[in-house]
Design a protein around this ligand. Structure first.
Ligand SMILES: *Cc1c(COP(=O)(O)O)cnc(C)c1O
Length: 399
């Protein structure tokens, strides 16, 4: 019987250039982003300039985590206590958490069978909820039709915040994910596309929003030191009106991220090669259904999702267990109890007005998720998919 032995949570080591940069910044002792010599730009400044350039946007703020970026995005957008924020029901806990942190109320929207936001439910809830804000989570890198999203936001006057934790490096019709809305947030946490342990970015094309985000992040009165930032005048009133919610990035993290950003596009290709190999073998089973991927969607597959067609909860639990015994770690989004990083929307019980989401419940009930760390070779991916197919075929005959 085939089995697999590598770890599903082992990332690659950082590039030598990152390690060298880390040593050098530690030798300097100047780890705080505003601790610079006269006329010196900090590693954090350079990282912001480079990320803005990579995204082809004017401004960027580096901060302490993706979840923190989402939180100050809410604040900078002017969200007040009790405001309603539309948000996919299929996402990870930091997203509704950031909405809650700003005092707002998440209005959860259904997912469709390709794991993207469901347009019918989105339009209905945009109409009836009175929400003026929309947090679109490109969950697990599945990018919805962005033309339709932008049109709908215009039509209903929705302020769009993109959660790009899983789409750093991805595009829709050649335009970078994160450049469609009013604000976009990214994560540099270990399991995302560049790795500084913790870290995040916020971008926005709006001067006032960017100025607020920078002051929120804990810039004291040093905001004019930011390079990928709006002109000083943008801070005129904002610096008095905006509290300091301290959550800056430091130079050590920035230093190790810069070489990784340079290699990002290449890494994205490596993820996608692995995804296509997994997809090809998984497609051999009639019990496994993979989402259709639009030609417009240049995704980054740092993970893979598929549905076990017609399987009962009992069969899926058996599959997860049997895969695990053969070294393949898959997660089930339909589990009633939250586990590890995976939780279903109905376990976020702090949300007061939890809507009924029968469609999402049905889709999540068969949805399986697997990480694709780049420490897996292409052969590893084929082997893993063969094991999954074996297990699924065996489980399909048992009730
Ligand atoms: C990881 C993640 C975040 C938050 O990022 P952190 O850097 O871990 O705070 C937000 N949204 C999604 C979908 C994520 O997976």
């Amino acid at each position: 019987m085939k089995s697999f032995s590598k770890s599903f949570t082992q990332q690659e080591s950082l590039p030598e250039a990152s390690i060298d940069a880390a040593t050098s910044i530690m030798r300097s002792g100047r780890l705080h982003r505003y601790n610079t010599l006269p006329n010196e730009l900090s590693e954090t400044d350079y990282l912001e300039i480079e990320f803005a350039k990579y995204m082809d946007v004017p401004y960027c703020l580096a901060c302490s985590s993706g979840g923190y970026a989402l939180h100050i995005a809410m604040r900078a957008a002017g969200i007040n206590k009790g405001d309603k924020v539309l948000c996919n029901a299929f996402t990870l806990a930091p997203v509704p958490g950031a909405i809650h942190n700003s005092g707002a109320i998440p209005i959860l929207v259904d997912v469709d069978s390709d794991y993207k936001i469901d347009f019918e439910d989105l339009e209905l809830k945009a109409k009836v909820s009175g929400a003026r804000f929309f947090m679109l989570s490109h969950m697990r890198g599945h990018i919805a039709d962005m033309d339709r999203i932008v049109k709908l936001c215009k039509q209903y006057d929705l302020f769009l915040i993109e959660d790009c934790a899983h789409t750093m490096g991805a595009s829709w019709q050649g335009k970078k994910s994160g450049t469609f809305g009013d604000i976009a947030c990214f994560s540099a946490q270990t399991y995302k596309h560049i790795n500084s342990g913790e870290g995040g970015f916020l971008i926005s094309p709006h001067d006032d929003i960017m100025a607020r985000a920078i002051v929120y992040s804990g810039s004291y009165m040093l905001f004019d030191r930011h390079q990928a930032a709006p002109p000083k005048e943008a801070f005129n009133d904002i610096r008095y009106e905006t509290p300091n919610y301290s959550g800056r990035m430091d130079n050590l993290r920035a230093a190790i991220l810069r070489p990784q950003l340079e290699a990002l596009d290449e890494q994205c290709q490596r993820w996608n090669t692995r995804y296509r190999l997994l997809e090809k073998t998984l497609n051999q089973s009639v019990h496994i259904s993979l989402p259709k991927r639009s030609v417009d969607e240049e995704f980054v597959a740092s993970s893979i999702q598929f549905s076990l067609v017609g399987f009962s909860s009992k069969q899926i639990k058996q599959c997860v267990k049997d895969c695990s015994e053969r070294g393949v770690v898959i997660k089930w989004f339909g589990a009633s109890e939250p586990e590890g990083y995976t939780s279903r929307y109905d376990s976020w019980r702090y949300i007061d007005q939890m809507p009924a989401l029968p469609k999402t419940e049905r889709i999540l009930s068969n949805l399986v998720d697997m990480r694709i760390p780049l420490t897996f070779s292409e052969q590893d991916c084929t082997l893993i998919a063969e094991i999954i197919v074996d297990v699924v075929e065996a489980c399909s005959t048992k009730e």
